[in-house]
Write a new protein. Structure first.
Length: 140
């Protein structure tokens, strides 16, 4: 069966996310390493360099996950559809936390961006449950 256009778009966005995460990981490692070497206190420098390395490794792991899910979406693997649904559910939960933070501190941009993020995640979930999309992944 032919891959639906929305699935192609989601796969491409996963690949773009993977590339952005690799760039972010490199920026963390290099940036905090440079800042760490510029400090006059050895402990603070080591802490910054260590945080940069840890953040970079986390970004690289998330990039690998994003690339694998993108490949799974591209090749119409149902596990990739399920993982995308799970990540969208987590995005809605994160959006709710962001919304609460925005309300507590009355930060309108934070509230609107959280609503926007939750709406996109809900739209992805809705799309991935459509019958023609599910059948493309080999499920009824």
């Amino acid at each position: 069966m032919q891959r639906p256009g929305g699935v192609t778009l989601l796969a491409i966005l996963d690949f773009i996310s993977a590339a952005a995460l690799v760039c972010g990981g490199l920026a963390l490692i290099l940036g905090l390493g440079i800042f760490g070497s510029m400090t006059h206190e050895r402990g603070a420098g080591l802490l910054l360099a260590g945080l940069g390395a840890a953040g970079g490794v986390f970004c690289f792991l998330m990039a690998a996950v994003s690339a694998v899910v993108g490949y799974g979406m591209w090749t119409l693997q149902n596990w990739a559809r399920i993982i995308s649904i799970a990540f969208s559910c987590l995005a809605i939960l994160g959006g709710l936390l962001g919304m609460m933070t925005g309300v507590m501190h009355f930060h309108p941009f934070w509230m609107v961006s959280s609503l926007f993020r939750m709406a996109i995640a809900a739209l992805i979930i809705w799309y991935l449950f459509q019958p023609q999309v599910k059948s493309a992944f080999g499920t009824a």
